[in-house]
Design a protein around this ligand. Structure first.
Ligand SMILES: [Zn+2]
Ligand SMILES: [Zn+2]
Length: 445
């Protein structure tokens, strides 16, 4: 007797063999939230219950109660809804809504007027918390104690960290900031962001730097953990809150980063009182705004040259050091650009300086240092047109850009007509859609 032939993909009895391959999840590059939908639940440190952490429209995290509730049971001020993974603080018109965990957390004072249903949910959670504590399954975190801080002043409980010229309030001591990446075992990476092997930041005394339109702060300086001298990639790693092992990995985030933008008015620098010193106030106590400026260089910079220039002004360079960013204190953007050129012209091969953010007219200020001959030609042409050299250059630039846009339209029109000569329009449209939606790093199918 011969055994019957076996087929790949079939069991001995002929039933199909189903093989399941583990699916790896990936976050779309266009996703408004950086988290995988499957895994960002957390636990309330005060009551031990599960919460779902989402990002609000202002990027801040909010912990929501994991279940949906009927809107009739929830006061309008407590209703939240989710859209594309972002939490919005109102209902979406449906019969169901989400609520912040703080509303029903039995370990906190209620933040909303309690409806009978919410009070019942809260009571139910309180009973469960009691049971968890009694069985030692949960140890509640102590509420922040009033009185002297337990840590030494040298290690502030919530330090201010400056990354890529922006200041953030850290979630806790520097050593405790944990990587947010997902490991291969689908858990959150336990490693810290600050490790012994990687370059460290520097503690510096800096003024709190009020924002535009705010009143001047008292004359203080605060301790800031400054990462400005670290390479751009290293600062990006800090900003993404990842350990060195996950710095460049494509692993998704399993939690939101804990950085909170530092507002000197809302969060006075109480974290390091020992560092406060007097400084000279500027005349009339007025605040002078900062301007974010970008310098395009004529050639890549050596690390030594960047280091020398950064001694004059903190600079953040891009990966190949052909562009650097700086923050300059000045009343107007024009003054800031001129000041930057004056301070750095001898140390950097500056090509063009531009303002990083557009002004209220959506315009960028462009500062070019023309050679004397070109400058003379420009001034002469402007005088003949009864215009200032700046206005003349602006109009010439607009004309050149408009001519370039026309040329591009003509060039593409011609190319499309040539393609259509021997292609079906529907196929061509589908091919264009395919090419546009494919991520640049994905292999060509
Ligand atoms: Zn709670
Ligand atoms: Zn990690």
């Amino acid at each position: 007797m011969h055994p019957s032939p076996s087929f790949a993909g079939r069991h001995w009895d002929g039933s199909p063999r189903i093989s399941r391959h583990p699916r790896s999840l990936r976050v779309a590059a266009t996703s408004p939230s950086r988290l995988l939908r499957a895994g960002h639940s957390s636990r309330c440190r005060r009551c031990g219950h599960r919460t779902d952490v989402y990002q609000c429209t202002d990027q801040r995290p909010i912990a929501l109660h994991p279940a949906e509730l009927a809107t009739t049971h929830v006061p309008a001020s407590c209703r939240w809804h989710l859209s594309s993974g972002i939490a919005h603080p109102h209902g979406d018109g449906s019969a169901w809504c989400r609520i912040p965990h703080a509303v029903v957390c039995p370990a906190r004072t209620p933040t909303c007027p309690a409806s009978p249903h919410l009070a019942a949910v809260r009571r139910h959670l309180a009973v469960r918390t009691r049971r968890l504590i009694d069985t030692s399954a949960f140890i509640p975190a102590l509420p922040p104690a009033a009185g002297p801080p337990p840590r030494a002043v040298a290690a502030p409980a919530r330090p201010v960290v400056q990354i890529l010229l922006i200041r953030y309030l850290a979630p806790g001591p520097l050593d405790d900031i944990r990587c947010v990446a997902q490991t291969r075992h689908r858990h959150r990476c336990p490693r810290p962001v600050l490790t012994l092997g990687s370059p460290a930041g520097r503690w510096t005394l800096l003024p709190p730097g009020p924002c535009r339109g705010q009143l001047a702060l008292p004359d203080t300086r605060m301790a800031v953990y400054d990462l400005g001298h670290l390479p751009y990639t290293e600062q990006l790693r800090w900003s993404a809150q990842r350990c060195p092992a996950h710095a460049a990995s494509g692993a998704p985030d399993l939690a939101l980063t804990d950085w909170q933008t530092f507002h000197p008015r809302l969060q006075p620098p109480t974290s390091a009182p020992a560092f406060r010193t007097r400084r000279h106030s500027n005349r009339r106590g007025m605040t002078v705004p900062h301007h974010a400026l970008e310098i395009t260089l004529t050639r890549p910079l050596s690390p030594a040259a960047l280091h020398r220039a950064a001694r004059v002004l903190p600079l953040a360079a891009n990966h190949d050091t052909t562009r650097v960013m700086a923050l300059v204190h000045a009343k107007t953007a024009h003054q800031a650009v001129r000041r930057l050129r004056r301070q750095l012209a001898s140390r950097l091969p500056i090509d063009v300086i531009t303002t990083h953010y557009p002004d209220t007219d959506h315009k960028i200020l462009l500062n070019v240092d023309l050679p004397p001959a070109a400058h003379a030609v420009l001034t002469d042409a402007a005088r003949r047109g009864a215009q200032s050299p700046e206005r003349f250059a602006e109009l010439a630039l607009h004309r050149a850009l408009a001519a370039y846009a026309d040329q591009e339209t003509d060039r593409l029109g011609l190319a499309v007509r040539q393609l259509l000569a021997d292609a079906n329009p529907a196929h061509l449209l589908s091919a264009v859609g395919h090419a546009l939606t494919r991520l640049p790093e994905s292999p060509t199918p």
